[in-house]
Design a protein around this ligand. Sequence first.
Ligand code: HEM
Length: 176
Amino acid sequence: MNEKNRSAYLIIGILSLVVFVFLTWLIYLRNPEPNYPAWVTALPSLNAMLNGITAILLAWGFFEIKIKGNKESHKKIMICATVTSGLFLISYIVYHQFHGDTKFLAQGMVRPIYFFILISHILLSIPLVPLVFTTLWHAKSEQWEKHKKFARWTFPIWQYVSITGVLIFVFLKLFN
Ligand code: HEM
């Protein structure tokens, strides 16, 4: 491993760990604020929208490089997907500043389906953070073989996490 990659991987590792520890504390280990402003209740819809937009951008960016071979469009669209995912993360943090985790109360077959989606979504979102940064780093440093090697994991995991983010919102709206 060259010196440049070693430093980048170290920074990405530390950054991802900080995000992971902070989110675990925010959502599971802290008492949320009991009184919150009305606009906070609109954030889950905004989060679902940002996840939906990210999923569309990812599919579009993939199409641009794999089908059309258009590197410039691929670059711009993947950067936009990173921005919408980043905005989602900010809005998600603001929401959980006020609100703890949401209990799923519905019974029956929908319950195991919901929890399969939720748990797989949470577990895959953990490696997603370092995967996105690493894929971007390899693009920025023009290491294309490495970019492709990582992108083969980053792309489907990111797509899965974005789509299941929307599904979780829909399940909570329809069945809870
Ligand atoms: C995290 C965001 C990104 C993801 C998920 C991603 C995903 C992908 C995927 C799936 C491929 C096709 C891999 C294959 O053929 O097996 C690819 C190729 C490529 N990407 Fe990205 N990409 C991202 C960001 C970028 C950025 C920011 C740039 C521009 C600087 C870029 C430039 C390229 C290029 C030039 C190729 C073609 C490489 C080659 O065939 O030699 N990508 N990317």
